[in-house]
Design a protein around this ligand. Structure first.
Ligand SMILES: *Cc1c(COP(=O)(O)O)cnc(C)c1O
Length: 391
């Protein structure tokens, strides 16, 4: 099959809800992807942060192959080894919480929001979320996503959502009422343009939730699993959340989502209140266990820190050369390059030159390489970006 054949097949049979780049990707390995024509592309945005430890990490591949031959799926009528192991590994790396497993980020946030409701007093049904945040595309999570563009055509949205400007402490205080069940924000807004929450903001959310009997949910779907240089984004702050949601990099490329909640809150999710048929299936859990082991064996948190600093430094040097770069922001390997102009064309030109990056919110280039990235790969990426910006 040729690239044209595949694109033709999509035109005829696949719903066109994505704006796709005209390449068919057939293979991935580490920081590289390969198209059907054999072109090698340096991937500085692997799988939209799903392939957090690179494409087809050998340890994850092996774990999936082994698990697939033993038991692919077992419903939650029974116990399975892999799901228990994964929950233990996550708990030990966060705040000693308990996990529920699902299959995506949106589902994880749905679970977090439902748990907050069922755990808090009956009159509490409202959620506070931040403008520019992103929480998914299901009805509740897209309502939680305070971006008017993403609501277009779907109004009326679900009731009970209050939107506040990100990092605005006064607005948060004003928005709080007895009816608030939870505050849900990302420690670093990803799709919203790599906006980092301040410590003071996080502490205020914690205090207000405690004072009002509300639940603090952190959406760590993008910040979780080490990309920022710590296992979870909240670990950069002097607080502990009540619930975190995870997905994207959790399975090293396999589809899995999760929430982790403090035990006293988790206990509200009794049989009959919530479920997921595929949630916690053996293959996804085995892949996630292998991912966590790989991150530790290969010291990838350290590498995310080191390579994050290295990349930020190189990108800041680019800024000195190209006046269209306003500034660089982020933590670890979650970096955003704020441009003074639109970035779509830069992304296309980089791809033509063999580099894959992303642009979000029109003017922010997202630079989020795999945690396994080497300095030489960052060098190559920055060189390509440099030459594209020159034109
Ligand atoms: C990607 C993302 C989601 C949605 O995850 P899906 O797996 O696409 O449902 C939710 N929250 C954040 C912060 C994300 O980055």
């Amino acid at each position: 099959m040729t690239t044209q054949d595949v694109i033709k097949m999509f035109d005829q049979y696949v719903i066109a809800n994505y704006g796709r780049l005209p390449k068919v990707i057939a293979k991935g390995s580490g920081s590289y992807i390969y198209d059907l024509d054999g072109n090698k592309i340096l991937d500085m945005f692997p799988g939209w942060a799903v392939s957090g430890i690179g494409h087809c990490h050998p340890k994850v591949v092996k774990a999936i192959q082994k698990q697939a031959a033993e038991l692919m799926h077992m419903d939650n009528t029974f116990y399975t080894v892999q799901q228990g192991q994964l929950a233990k590994l996550l708990s030990e790396r966060a705040f000693g919480g308990k996990s529920f497993f699902c299959n995506s980020g949106a589902e994880a946030n749905e679970a977090a929001m439902k748990l907050a409701r069922i755990h808090t007093a009956k009159e509490k049904y409202k959620y506070i979320t931040a403008l520019g945040g992103f929480h998914g595309r299901t009805f509740a999570t897209v309502t939680a996503t305070a971006q008017p563009k993403k609501h277009e055509g779907f109004q009326p949205m679900l009731p009970g959502f209050i939107y506040v400007p990100f990092n605005d402490i006064d607005a948060l205080k004003q928005a709080f009422t007895d009816e608030v069940a939870a505050v849900m924000i990302e420690p670093i807004q990803g799709e919203g343009g790599i906006n980092v929450a301040t410590n003071e903001y996080m502490q205020t959310i914690r205090e207000l939730c405690d004072a009002n009997g509300a639940v603090m949910i952190l959406d760590e779907v993008q910040t979780g699993m080490g990309r920022t240089g710590k296992w979870f984004g909240y670990q950069h702050y002097d607080i502990e959340p009540d619930i975190i949601s995870l997905a994207k990099a959790l399975g090293g490329g396999a589809a899995i989502g999760a929430i982790m909640a403090k035990s006293e809150i988790a206990s509200s999710l009794v049989p009959g209140t919530h479920a997921s048929t595929f949630g916690g299936n053996c293959i996804a859990c085995a892949a996630a266990v292998a991912t966590i082991e790989a991150i530790e064996e290969e010291k990838l948190l350290d590498n995310a820190n080191k390579m994050g600093d290295y990349a930020a430094d190189k990108l800041n040097k680019l800024k000195a050369k190209h006046s269209i770069i306003d500034h660089v922001r982020g933590k670890g390997l979650m970096l955003g390059i704020q441009l003074k102009i639109g970035g779509a064309e830069i992304v296309s030109k980089c791809l033509e030159s063999g580099l894959r990056i992303n642009c979000t919110q029109d003017t922010v280039l997202r630079f989020m390489p795999a945690m396994t990235v080497a300095a030489s790969e960052i060098d190559n990426a920055v060189d390509i970006l440099d030459s594209v910006l020159k034109i």
